[in-house]
Design a protein around this ligand. Structure first.
Ligand code: NAP
Ligand code: MG
Length: 489
């Protein structure tokens, strides 16, 4: 299934249960952000013709996959979970090489993938409808959830195992067949995840995997008339395009986009815990989580003390190759991400904010070919500055000083996004007010802004999302349609 050309592994598309080359016969290199001279693997640069084959396979597989039943579909996912679990070390190492997050984080994410698979495998044995009392006492009225059909899945590079799985697993267990296009930056990791599905022996055509450019393969899947629903996670620009295209076609879509996630540190917060949580939320995964902390809003009474501790602890962070022991933060995931972060550091300075820590490109043998930058903290940030409004998707904190909780919540809501938000406080009234007034899909109290549990609904408000929710039971809403069935004897 994996052919080796020179020392670099090449990964094929997976269509109708076969690993096949693209009709283009062209390949795309996946480059390591730790060393731009290292090609982690090569994937197919697919074409419209490949999409056509994948869609036809998924379409044809629909009938039997529906018929086999939810329980049997769940059993497949248990098998995939076991295979993925046995490959955690290899897949996590590939993830670290390919997009730079540290090995412990990559292992944690892969283990989460296993847990998500088991959760949705269990869905195979849970209810898929309700009984509703009819006005006719001799009739039975029920609802039954049925699959949507062929689902197109398009994912980003920042969680290359967890995000594909939190879409694939519910899509499959509820009876849909799938065409999956991963982010090119993390396509090798995604191919290894698909190998686990393939080894579990899914029936032909149920899961199809094709790699290639977003604008050709992503858009091609979205526009294909035989694809019945699209689930997308990625940037706001592309996400809005997905919403437009799917609205024109009148099909179901689910779109999760960016964030500008605030953390409020109230004057009665536990300072050590809030500093630790802000650092973890802002800088783990090099700030490249959609739920990463990027605006830190601090009450004036404790501002100076908090800032000092934050800078002191941030400066202890070890940046380097995520495969090495003792490294806390890896590089930016790609050259373009690296350039974006560097440009926002300059924008922040030009706007008049003060860079009080980090934001430096690292040089030296270990760093020169990678995309390494130290975690950055700005202060004197005004709410209308670009670094306070735009998603940077890198290790940059904007510190904002406010007079009180009221002003803090206003500052937190002053963004077009609404994914995640947290508050550190020991005052019940403050966290009640916060959880009531904050405009975010994920509301966290005395916990970092990043971090979600797979059994709970996940998704944003405002410009972060199309409004539907993923994960937990909420996923059923998107991946099924409801039939209301009235039965009279
Ligand atoms: P992206 O550039 O929007 O790419 C996401 C996916 O869309 C990739 O597979 C990409 O393919 C594809 N794509 C690109 N252009 C396309 C087009 N014109 N039509 C259809 N598909 C297209 O996002 P990213 O840089 O990978 O990921 C970072 C973003 O994801 C951030 O904004 C982050 O906040 C967001 N994110 C959100 C969540 C959430 O749940 N809210 C979770 C994680 C990440 P290529 O890779 O081939 O370009
Ligand atoms: Mg890469």
């Amino acid at each position: 299934m994996v052919s080796i050309t020179s020392k670099v592994a090449t990964f094929k598309n997976y269509i109708n249960n076969e690993w096949v080359e693209s009709s283009s016969t062209k390949l795309l290199d996946s480059i390591s952000p730790m060393n731009k001279n290292e090609v982690v693997g090569r994937v197919q640069n697919s074409t419209q013709e490949d999409i056509e084959k994948a869609v036809q396979a998924a379409h044809k597989a629909q009938v039997n996959w529906r018929k086999i039943g939810q329980h049997a579909r769940g059993q497949f996912l248990f098998k995939v979970a076991n295979i993925l679990e046995s490959r955690i070390d290899d897949i996590a190492e590939t993830m670290t090489r390919e997009m730079g997050k540290t090995l412990p984080e990559a292992k944690g994410e892969t283990a989460r993938g296993v847990a998500i698979l088991r959760y949705y495998a269990g869905e195979g044995m849970r209810k898929n409808g309700d009984v509703i009392p009819s006005s006719d006492s001799e009739a039975l009225m029920i609802t039954k959830r049925v699959p949507v059909g062929v689902v197109g899945i398009v994912t980003p590079w920042n969680f290359p195992v967890a995000i594909p799985i939190w879409k694939l697993a519910p899509a499959l267990v509820y009876g849909n067949t799938v065409i999956f296009k991963p982010a090119t930056e993390a396509a090798v990791t995604a191919a290894k995840v698909i190998e686990c599905f393939s080894e579990a022996g899914l029936p032909e055509g149920v899961l199809n995997f094709i790699t290639g450019s977003g604008s050709i393969i992503g858009q091609g899947i979205i526009d294909h008339p035989q694809v019945n629903a699209i689930t997308f996670t990625g940037s706001e620009t592309v996400g809005k395009g997905v919403l437009k295209s799917t609205a024109e076609r009148g099909i179901k879509s689910q779109v999760e986009m960016g964030g500008k996630n605030p953390v409020i540190v109230a004057k009665d917060a536990d300072l050590d815990k809030s500093v630790e949580a802000v650092i973890s939320g802002a800088f783990r995964s090099t700030g490249q989580k959609c739920t990463a902390t990027s605006k830190v809003i601090v009450e004036a009474d404790i501002y100076e003390t908090f800032k000092e501790k934050l800078v002191q602890e941030t400066e202890k962070i070890t940046v380097g190759n995520g495969l090495n022991d003792g490294i806390w933060m890896g590089p930016c995931a790609s050259e373009s991400q690296f350039n974006t972060v560097k440009s926002y550091i300059e924008i922040g300075k030009e706007e008049g904010a003060q860079l009080i820590s980090g934001g430096e490109v690292l040089h030296g043998e270990e760093y020169d070919n990678g995309f390494y930058i130290t975690p950055a903290i700005f202060e004197n940030v005004k709410l209308d500055m670009r670094i306070a409004q735009e998603e940077i998707f890198g290790p940059v904190i904007a510190l904002i000083k406010v007079a009180d909780i009221h002003e803090a919540i206003q500052a937190a809501n002053d963004t077009k996004y609404g994914l995640s938000a947290s508050i550190f406080t020991s005052n019940i009234a403050s966290f009640l007010k916060f959880s009531d007034e904050i405009e975010a899909g994920l509301v966290r109290v005395n916990a970092e802004s990043a971090g979600v549990e797979l059994q709970a609904p996940f998704g944003g408000m405002k410009g972060s999302s199309s409004g539907s929710r993923e994960q937990g039971e909420a996923a059923q809403e998107f991946y099924t349609e409801i039939k209301t069935i009235f039965i009279k004897g």
